[in-house]
Design a protein around this ligand. Structure first.
Ligand code: PEP
Ligand code: MG
Length: 587
């Protein structure tokens, strides 16, 4: 039986199912007597206390083994248990309505959940899952149910669950849990992020898998293509053994290049950096030979919480980043909230057109305190390593100057307080709005570097919502308009002697590597999975050849023509990168 979902962590595993039992709660509005109300409140508070103790004990167990992302998520869950809205409102509900702790908690969770739904942004909707994981833990303790401890597994298994909480995932040890599959989840869900940092093949969002398997059954999990096979017939089994072998071989071969420079055959050197959302990802970036962080999306620090992070929290994370990277640079992008990214913590009006609204740098310039808190923390941490600052969504020179004026103010305050920071810190901008790309010659005068954000640049240039499936067919990196803008930005940057990188998804796709190299891109910032594939391409071509290809690509009149040219060329030139391990049903 074949199931499809979202592959969130590469690799293929073949093994036995461990089905994590789904607990259902039968919660009814039971009344409590007047004389029992205090007792009921105490029972609820005890369940909160026990839940905290359980999470703290998980945290302690994984402290030395887990990476920061996992710890951060457990900490975020601990914070939810402290949340006034959750705890006080449930207590109030019990007292006011004289109803059981279970029912009162359910009502409060439903209410908070509804508020999340109303916020209408995808990131926050996913955080609703966190709330429900915490809710289930409290219910378990109220009902007195036990918890399956994934840390105690005695043999290698593939965990299949309706849903996995980050606490469950954090306890998984790679030696025992060789893969997992869940019905709930998406690419940016916490379970997916955990799978990535644990480097366990996983497929999430697999509808119906929970009822289709029993513990002990054999399973194939293909995290590359998001496919799961339950009790596969022998030919499928053999085909996947082959696919697994090819994939492992390919990975091993790529890893051999980890310490080699990204240099062309005629000695043109480029820099390969990585994009991260959590600092826990740094380890895998370094293991794949990344030379630094080209985009740290700091808005993820705002996840799972009802209040923005404090300066001390920001500082701790940035200092850790600076220290882990030592001499390698890390580009910290200042808050890019708004648009399709959550803004619930800020008191901003709902907008008709949020993607064109008060987002990113505009939002920071409107909420100066919020901006200053982050800038102060970055500057302080810059004393401990090589940090750079990058502003998102700059539309023109005035905005850049305004942001820099705030930065200067923060710098003056730090100097006055004798707090050390890197006086030479570089301050660059993302080029992701057409107006910035067109005026890049002007912006290059006052920015220390450029990083092209193709995700938004394509969205705004072609006028297509990047998360709207109906128009996704128009999302074309090879549209002549996009190629001309990229070429222009690189030229303007070079004319003023500043470095031009790219951190949009286009940089992560090996199909575009040669073209971008030929356009003169200095720096690629990619998903860590893509780093070595891109290095392989760069090391096997000459810059002269890449330039010719780029010139040729610029002559086409439509995206489809350029696409045909580039796809044929790349597949022919690099068959191992583009058709390397088949689809599992061939040898
Ligand atoms: C981009 O827009 O290309 C980019 C890298 O930023 P984000 O995807 O976070 O908007
Ligand atoms: Mg962007």
């Amino acid at each position: 039986m074949e199931f499809r979902g979202i592959g969130v962590s590469s690799g293929i595993v073949i093994g036995k199912v461990f089905r994590l039992e789904k607990i259902t709660y039968d919660i009814k509005p039971n009344w409590v007597r007047d004389t029992e109300v205090d007792e009921e409140v105490a029972r609820f508070l005890k369940a909160i206390h026990t839940s905290k103790e359980q999470l703290l004990s998980i945290r302690k167990k994984i402290e030395s083994l887990a990476d920061t992302a996992q710890l951060q998520i457990i900490d975020a869950h601990l914070l939810i248990l402290d949340d006034q809205m959750l705890v006080n409102e449930t207590v109030e509900y019990i007292k006011r309505h004289r109803l059981s702790a279970e029912w009162s908690l359910k009502r409060v969770l439903d209410k908070i959940g509804e508020q999340f739904d109303k916020m209408g942004d995808a990131y926050l909707k996913e955080r609703k899952d966190d709330l429900s994981h915490i809710g289930n833990r409290i219910f378990n303790n109220l009902f007195g149910y036990g918890h399956t401890n994934l840390a105690d597994l005695k043999e290698d298994v593939i965990v299949v669950a309706h849903d996995l909480s980050p606490a469950d995932t954090a306890q998984m040890r790679k030696e025992r849990v060789i893969g997992f599959v869940t019905e709930i989840g998406s690419k940016t869900s916490h379970t997916a992020i955990m799978a990535h940092s644990l480097e366990i093949p996983a497929v999430v969002g697999v509808t119906g898998i929970y009822d289709a398997v029993t513990t002990g059954e054999s399973l194939i999990v293909d995290g590359i293509d998001g496919i799961v096979h339950v009790s596969p017939p022998q030919p499928t089994f053999i085909a996947y053994l082959n696919k697994q072998r090819r994939y492992k071989y390919y990975e091993r071969e790529l890893l051999k290049m980890k310490d080699l420079p990204a240099i062309t055959t005629d000695q043109k050197k480029v820099t390969l950096l990585a994009n991260i959302e959590f600092i826990g990802e740094v380890k895998s970036v370094l293991e794949r030979g990344g030379e630094g962080i080209g985009l740290y999306r700091t808005e993820f620090l705002y996840m799972n919480r009802f209040y923005p992070p404090t300066e001390a929290e920001h500082f701790r994370v940035y200092k850790s980043l600076a220290e882990q990277l030592s001499s390698y640079p890390s580009i910290i992008r200042t808050l890019d909230l708004g648009g399709d990214k959550f803004i619930s913590q800020l008191d901003v009006y709902e907008e008709l057109n949020p993607v064109l609204g008060l987002r990113a740098i505009r939002l920071c310039l409107e909420h100066i305190d919020l901006f200053k808190t982050q800038l102060r923390a970055i500057l302080k941490a810059s004393h401990y390593g090589k940090l750079k600052i990058m502003y998102p969504m700059i539309s023109g020179l005035d905005e850049l100057r305004e942001a820099n004026a705030v930065l200067k103010e923060v710098m003056d305050e730090l100097r006055k307080a004798n707090i050390p920071f890197d006086e030479e810190i570089e301050v660059g901008i993302m080029i992701e709005i057409p107006s910035a790309a067109i005026t890049s010659d002007i912006l290059a005068e006052e920015a220390d570097f450029f990083s092209i954000g193709t995700n938004d640049l394509i969205q705004y240039s072609i006028a297509i919502d990047r998360v709207n499936k109906n128009v996704s067919y128009l999302y074309e990196p090879l549209h002549p308009a996009i190629l001309r803008l990229i070429a222009r930005v690189i030229e303007s940057g070079h004319a003023k002697g500043i470095l031009v990188g790219m951190c949009g998804e286009m940089a992560s796709d090996p199909k575009y590597t040669l073209l971008l190299l030929g356009l003169g891109l200095d720096q690629y910032s990619t998903n860590s999975d893509a780093l070595l594939k891109i290095k392989k391409i760069i090391r096997s071509v000459s810059y002269a050849e890449a330039r010719e290809i780029a010139q040729q690509a610029l002559t086409y009149c439509s995206a489809s023509e350029t696409e045909k040219f580039i796809t044929n060329l790349m597949e022919e030139r690099f068959p191992d990168v583009f058709c390397y391990f088949g689809d599992g049903d061939e040898d």
